[in-house]
Write a protein that binds this ligand. Structure first.
Ligand SMILES: [Zn+2]
Length: 375
């Protein structure tokens, strides 16, 4: 364990050393820390670059992919001359260039239930930069079983989300948010839906920041707080998440005790509400329903100031960031229709409700904008 920084390191990290809560002691703490990055793609790229630049002593990278020309629009670790070559070789070369004081440990394999615990046990913090549900569940279960913090991030077209899952420190795990594997096709992947190039830079950088905070033990760990960024309306929202006492992993009576399970093996599930693709309804259909004997619940997940400007008569206002708190007040035996301004936040709300077992829930396509146009 080095107890002092070299003159070259003192110079390199001088802007950290000026910060009273870091100083040389904090920088040494980073130097003696280790982080495992799962995936060197869209999220892993900015996270790895910033963590290396900041002086995290040992960075483990897991990825078995090859650089493809279609990666370069967002995976900023890689460049043109590496197309067709392993991502890990590209990453190692680039990170050594960024900071030669950092030890980069490549694991050129897929992260699977067979190797997850063995790889991850050697690191202090796990950063999930994966782009698929089985790996995301596996990262979560591995981190939980090893009692290590998991820095979570996910992206979709124009919006992204991050949190830190560390039930051993308090708060929920990823499975408390999404108990089961969504059905194939119900939530499109990046490959199917696309992603705006800068978005992973923002979310991956937040993951790097939360990782540094964890290692330095400064600030507040966002346990039970999901940060949702929407690029189109330039908003950051904080959704409060609670640990689910019925969670199959971190709940009071856990069923999952190993990393090899239905979700991590990619088997999905055949009998859960999450298997149902998201249902939707047009504003024309909504108008017909509301003019009749509608017994269900219409929810407006916009913010109070938006609701005050215009709203659909009878809609109950539950801003998206309070949905999880109010979930207990929602009926599971009646239809629930959810709208927002344009249909994006409400789609997120419908996903959240479906993941919590609500089956009679539909998204109002185009939101109140479509409703007003439709008049
Ligand atoms: Zn949980």
């Amino acid at each position: 364990m080095p107890e002092k920084l070299s003159p070259a390191e003192l110079q390199r990290y001088s802007r950290h050393l000026l910060i009273p809560s870091i100083r040389e002691e904090g920088q040494l703490r980073l130097k003696n820390s280790s982080v495992l990055l799962i995936g060197c793609g869209a999220l892993g790229s900015p996270a790895a670059l910033y963590l290396a630049a900041a002086g995290v002593g040992r960075l483990g990278l897991v990825d078995a992919d090859v650089v493809d020309a279609s990666n370069l629009q967002r995976q900023i670790l890689h460049s043109e001359s590496w197309v067709g070559k392993p991502k890990l070789e590209s990453a190692v070369a680039r990170l050594r260039e960024v900071n030669p004081h950092v030890i980069v440990e490549p694991h050129p394999i897929r992260f699977t239930p067979d190797n997850a615990l063995e790889i991850a046990q050697a690191y202090d913090v796990i950063v999930d930069g994966s782009d698929n549900f089985p790996t995301r569940f596996l990262s979560n279960d591995t981190a939980f079983l090893l009692r290590k913090p998991l820095v979570y991030g996910a992206i979709h077209r124009f919006d992204g989300q991050t949190s830190v899952f560390a039930p051993h420190l308090g708060g929920p795990c990823y499975r408390c948010l999404l108990p089961r594997m969504p059905a194939a096709g119900s939530i499109p992947s990046c490959q199917e839906a696309g992603v705006l190039g800068v978005l992973p830079g923002i979310i991956g950088s937040i993951q790097a920041m939360e990782t540094l905070k964890l290692l330095l033990e400064i600030g507040e760990v966002p346990l039970g707080k999901l940060t949702v960024y929407n690029a189109l309306d330039s908003s950051f929202r904080a959704l409060r998440l609670k640990r689910d006492p019925n969670c199959r992993l971190c709940g009071d009576h856990p069923e999952i005790t190993t990393v090899g399970n239905q979700e991590t093996l990619g088997h999905g599930s055949t009998c859960t509400p999450a298997d149902t693709p998201m249902q939707s309804i047009t504003t024309t259909e909504l108008r017909v329903l509301l003019a009749g004997d509608f017994q269900g619940l219409l929810i407006d997940v916009r913010e109070p100031h938006e609701h005050a400007m215009n709203h659909i008569a009878g809609a109950r206002l539950i801003p998206l960031d309070t949905l999880m708190e109010q979930i207990g007040t929602l009926p599971s035996d009646r239809d629930i229709l959810v709208h927002c301004r344009s249909g994006m936040r409400s789609a997120r709300a419908v996903e959240m409700l479906m993941a919590r077992g609500f089956t009679r829930v539909k998204n109002v396509l185009g939101g109140i904008d479509a409703w007003l146009d439709d008049k």
